[in-house]
Write a protein that binds this ligand. Structure first.
Ligand code: ADP
Ligand code: F6P
Length: 324
């Protein structure tokens, strides 16, 4: 069936995540396969305001599936929160014949896409963030790679921590969400996992746990701390003073956002990217592509943004029972 739209755009917005390029590639190639022209919008929403557009051919996205970062660059664009700039962005799209837009990013970026759809541009959001903090979806593009990167780093810290019989606090990203921390903590067998969703800030309890574990014969104590709690260095100093056990902090930082995407991220990015182009070809708007119960679905952005996400209590309790 002929595509309802002739020309669409694709942009990446917010923090980059591994797999964004695989996603751009899928939008471009599926879009072209459906007979549409696909324009790359550079630098996120800022690029819409500054008209940073370039039509992408299938060859323009060759050899990008394995690359980290985003070939379209990304930005956090303050102006875009204001209605006059959202209107300008929609006008710029129309000026260039762009009728639809795929936005790859997190919740914030979806809120931007929602606004653009109110100004008559067909929009589809794709979940691209390492934090996995988007309520409507079980999976976000980049999470798997980021967790595996952090896991490998924590395994290395654990070797030296055991050798020196130390306590190590490793801080992982995730903004206000604890998904990266929970997965890394369970995946590395950490003794404690501090999650913004469940940490009670009772440091004495943490200290007692370290002392008890030492008595039980544990040579080292790994604490995975989520960015949403933070303060790992000062926590390490207090723990060392209270326990007499050497304690070091490692903040993994931006290394978690880079690198070649995993197979899982490439697969999700490719399928979700293609679905987004198909939805635009069908004339749909204000939708987010998500994974629910292991299946790809698309849902209304308003509905998606109203949803809440919770860390599983069972997974948290298992992380504690497996760390004895
Ligand atoms: P993420 O998309 O990863 O959640 P941000 O929250 O930083 O990242 O949002 C990315 C960009 O999306 C912002 O810099 C802004 O340009 C746009 N944006 C965020 N929230 C809104 C909003 N409520 N209305 C319009 N645009 C928004
Ligand atoms: O959303 C991805 C993320 O890396 C978060 O984990 C982190 O809180 C934030 O982005 C950091 O943002 P910035 O790149 O602006 O420092």
């Amino acid at each position: 069936m002929a595509a309802k739209l002739k020309k669409i755009g694709v942009l990446t917005s917010g923090g980059d995540s591994p797999g964004m390029n695989a996603c751009i590639r899928a939008v471009v190639r599926e879009g072209i396969s459906r007979g549409m022209e696909v324009v790359g919008v550079y630098e996120g929403y800022r690029g819409l305001l500054n008209e940073k557009f370039k039509t992408l051919s299938a060859r323009d996205v060759s050899d990008t599936i394995s690359k980290g970062g985003t070939i379209l660059f990304t930005a956090r664009c303050k102006e875009f929160h204001e209605e006059e700039y959202q209107r300008l962005a929609a006008e710029n799209c129309r000026k260039h014949g762009i009728e639809g837009l795929v936005v790859i990013g997190g919740d914030g970026s979806f809120a931007g896409a929602q606004k653009l759809s109110h100004f008559g541009i067909n929009t589809i959001g794709l979940p691209g963030t390492i934090d996995m903090d988007i309520a409507c979806t079980e999976y976000t593009i980049g999470f798997d790679t980021a967790v595996n990167t952090a896991l490998e780093a924590i395994d290395k810290v654990r070797d030296t921590s055991t050798s020196h019989e130390r306590c190590s606090i490793i801080e992982v990203m995730g903004r206000n969400a604890g998904y990266i921390a929970l997965w890394c903590g369970i995946g590395t067998g950490a003794e404690d996992i501090l999650l913004p969703e469940s940490y009670d800030y009772d440091e004495q309890k943490l200290i007692n746990h370290i002392i008890e574990n030492r008595k039980r014969g544990k040579k080292r104590h790994i604490i995975v701390n989520a960015e949403g709690i933070g303060h790992s260095s000062s926590m390490a100093r207090r723990i060392e003073a209270a326990t007499g056990i050497e304690c070091r902090a490692t903040i993994l930082g931006y290394m978690q956002r880079g690198g070649a995407p995993s197979a899982r991220d490439r697969m999700a990015a490719s399928i979700m990217g293609a679905i987004a182009a198909d939805l635009l070809a069908e004339g749909k708007t204000n939708r987010v592509v998500a994974m629910q119960n292991g299946k790809y679905v698309d849902i209304d952005i308003d509905e998606a943004l109203a949803m809440q996400k919770h860390i599983s209590d069972y997974e948290v309790s298992v992380s504690q029972s497996l760390a004895i």
